[in-house]
Design a protein around this ligand. Structure first.
Ligand SMILES: *[C@@H]1O[C@H](CO)[C@@H](O)[C@H](O)[C@H]1NC(C)=O
Ligand SMILES: *[C@@H]1O[C@H](CO)[C@@H](O)[C@H](O)[C@H]1NC(C)=O
Ligand SMILES: *[C@@H]1O[C@H](CO)[C@@H](O)[C@H](O)[C@H]1NC(C)=O
Length: 152
């Protein structure tokens, strides 16, 4: 085969690869969750229940939820330490089934969880670890979202 054909084939393969990567990246992006409650800096009381509202972006790519974990970690520095490998106390672990709200709201689910009564007061990071199976493959997608709160 003349070499320019080969170049053309390689080029085509590269373009295809880029397209596949872009599509995966976009569909993964659309699967991301957002913590809309509590809000950043919100005060929460030890021993009290509060709502964690988890939103999921709308998407054309189908996905099957595996579940989420909601965790809480005390911050010992003013700029909270990275909590990705030290998520803290588990407040919830189990199914995630976001439902459409009224109006234009993206699908979301409310979780009622309790601040552990004997937790340290001060700044803390609330994390939501999320896993799902995305697309026709499907591929495994996971992420950790977080919000900083104040415990009193
Ligand atoms: C919160 O999430 C962001 C984005 O993933 C990350 O960069 C940051 O380190 C996390 N914060 C903490 C305190 O773990
Ligand atoms: C979710 O929680 C928020 C805050 O507590 C509340 O305003 C809202 O009505 C709840 N929505 C549903 C569908 O439970
Ligand atoms: C707090 O939340 C727990 C777990 O969801 C629930 O069993 C309990 O009834 C709630 N307590 C109050 C006072 O709402």
């Amino acid at each position: 085969m003349p070499s320019h054909h080969k170049d053309h084939d390689n080029h085509f393969a590269t373009m295809n690869f880029i397209l596949i990567v872009l599509t995966l990246a976009l569909s993964a992006f659309a699967q991301r969750i957002d913590i809309s409650l509590p809000t950043s800096g919100q005060s929460l009381s030890l021993g009290r229940n509060f709502t964690v509202r988890v939103e999921k972006g709308r998407t054309l790519t189908g996905s099957t939820e595996v579940g989420i974990g909601i965790t809480l970690a005390h911050c010992s520095q003013n700029t909270c330490e990275d909590t990705n490998e030290r998520l803290g106390a588990i407040l919830y672990a189990g199914p995630f089934s976001p439902q459409n709200g009224a109006g234009d709201f993206v699908p979301f689910q409310n979780f009622t969880v309790q601040v552990p009564p004997s937790f340290q007061t001060g700044k803390a990071v609330l994390s939501v670890a999320h896993a799902s199976l995305v697309g026709a493959g499907p591929f495994f997608f996971s992420e950790i979202a977080n919000v900083t709160v104040r415990l009193k």
